[in-house]
Design a protein around this ligand. Sequence first.
Ligand code: SF4
Ligand code: SF4
Length: 178
Amino acid sequence: MQALTNRVQAVNRKPMTFLERLYLINIIKGMLITFSHMFKKQPTIRYPEEKREFSPVFRGLHVLNRDEEGRERCTACGLCAVACPAEAITMEAAERVEGEENLYREEKYAAKYEINMLRCIFCGLCEDACPKDAIYLSETFAPANYTRKGFVYAKSDLLIPNPKTEANAYAEAKGVQA
Ligand code: SF4
Ligand code: SF4
């Protein structure tokens, strides 16, 4: 058969020597590589006692934000849900009534707000879409759970502590010292 190029090489089919058939040299080579790793810096750490620093662009568990007066920022506009490519966010809006001005910043608020973490791909588009700075992705993992239901985070799981009444918990959630 005529070759298309001149790069064709015949396969070397010469029989293995006695030493090659023992595989000893290759086994020793492999063991030396393994042994040399004992003196290298270990890439693993003893989690959870030791923790790595997150990358500045790490995107973890969502937090529903409050303003400096402790009022919920979310106005249930639904833009985050529309932007979400995984359709992980659902919410129900409610009207703020008189006397609730200290609870909700806008006239409309999210009576129910849920994120299904099994669907979420932590892309951060919900954060980008929000016009009220009401949702952001923190530096916390979504903890493991035994049931699927446990991965559906309700508003009570996502809402940041109130900076007025729970200053320490708020600072901790924000990742800053109180
Ligand atoms: S991070 Fe992305 S996938 Fe997760 S809820 Fe937000 S928009 Fe949806
Ligand atoms: S989190 Fe932001 S984008 Fe989503 S409903 Fe609330 S205000 Fe709108």
